[in-house]
Design a binder for this molecule. Structure first.
Ligand code: ATP
Ligand code: MN
Length: 251
C-alpha cells in the first residue's frame, strides 16, 4: 500500500514534468491520463529516456523524437484517441482476419490500430522491406527506430530532389513486391510515406496496411501502384500503375 502510494506520487511527478515540458505545451490534448500512463510505462521499461521535439503533428497522431535505450534515437508515435477517424479505422480493421469482430468501441479500435501498426512493421521487416524497426507498443503509443538523426532528419520523398529516380523506383518496386509476398498491402503508399536518409529509402506509416485477404486489398494495391507510378512519372520515368502492379503481384 505504501509502495502503491509512492508509485502514484512518482507517476504524478512524472506527469507534471511531461506536461510542463515545452514541446508538449501546445499538445496537451494528446495526453489524457491513460496516455501519460502508457508513456510512463515505456519510460519505466527503458524504451524512452527523454523526449525531444515533435517531428510531425498529424491529424491522428503526433510523432516525437526521443532518446531511447542505449543512447539510441527513437521515434514515438502517439495516437490521439479522440481525434482519430475511428470509423475509417474500423473498416480497415474489420476486413482484416487478424482483427475480425473488433466491434464499435472507439478506444478499442484505436488501440488495435496501434498494435496492428507494430505487427505490420515486424512483418514487413521480416520480409526484407526497409521500415523503421519497431521497438515497443503500449496502448496508443508506438516506439520505433528513428530514421536519420535528431540533428539530421530523414526527409519525405516528396520533399527531396530525388537524385536517381530509376534506382529509387526499383527499390520501392522491390519493397512493394516483398510486402505483397508477405501478405500485406500498404494501403497509403506515396511519396509522403517514404522517407530517405543518406540515400537509404524507408517505407513508413504502416498503420492502415491490411492483409491481402481484406476485401479492399485489391483496390488499395491498385491505388498504391498508381500513386507510386505517378510520382516517379513526374520524376521523368516512363512507368505506369499497371506495370508496377504486374511486377508487384508476379511471384
Ligand atoms: P500523416 O497523417 O502526415 O500521414 P501520420 O500521422 O500518418 O502522418 P506518419 O506518416 O507515420 O504519421 O509520420 C509522420 C511523419 O513523421 C513522417 O512523414 C516522417 O516525416 C516522420 N516520421 C515518422 N516515423 C518516423 C521514423 N521512424 N523516423 C523518422 N521520421 C519519422
Ligand atoms: Mn503518413
Amino acid at each position: 500500500d505504501r509502495i502503491a502510494r509512492r508509485r502514484d506520487r512518482e507517476f504524478d511527478q512524472f506527469r507534471k514534468r511531461i506536461k510542463d515540458a515545452d514541446q508538449f505545451k501546445v499538445e496537451q490534448s494528446v495526453f489524457d491520463d491513460a496516455t501519460f500512463a502508457a508513456i510512463y510505462k515505456l519510460v519505466q521499461d527503458g524504451h524512452i529516456e527523454a523526449f525531444g521535439g515533435p517531428i510531425s503533428t498529424g491529424k491522428e497522431a503526433n510523432v516525437y523524437e526521443a532518446l531511447g535505450d542505449d543512447d539510441t534515437d527513437v521515434a514515438v508515435k502517439i495516437y490521439r484517441i479522440n481525434a482519430s477517424n475511428f470509423r475509417q479505422m474500423r473498416e480497415y480493421l474489420e476486413g482484416d482476419p487478424r482483427f475480425r469482430g473488433i466491434g464499435n468501441d472507439k478506444g478499442k479500435i484505436v488501440l488495435a490500430w496501434v498494435r496492428k501498426e507494430y505487427a505490420n512493421l515486424e512483418r514487413a521487416q521480416k520480409a526484407g522491406v526497409r521500415v523503421p524497426t519497431p521497438i515497443a507498443v503500449e496502448r496508443n503509443v508506438l516506439v520505433m527506430e528513428l530514421v536519420g538523426l535528431v540533428e539530421d532528419r530523414a526527409r519525405r520523398l516528396a520533399e527531396v530532389n530525388v537524385e536517381n529516380p530509376q534506382t529509387a523506383y526499383e527499390v520501392v518496386r522491390e519493397y512493394m513486391r516483398r510486402l505483397h509476398s508477405a501478405g500485406l498491402v500498404h494501403g497509403d503508399l506515396s511519396e509522403y510515406n517514404m522517407i530517405i536518409h543518406e540515400g537509404e529509402l524507408v517505407i513508413i506509416d504502416l498503420g492502415q496496411a491490411v492483409t491481402v485477404h481484406h476485401p479492399n486489398a485489391g483496390e488499395f494495391l491498385d491505388r498504391d501502384c498508381r500513386n507510386v507510378a505517378n510520382f516517379f512519372s513526374r520524376q521523368g520515368l516512363d512507368v505506369t500503375g499497371e506495370e508496377l502492379h504486374e511486377y508487384v503481384t508476379d511471384v
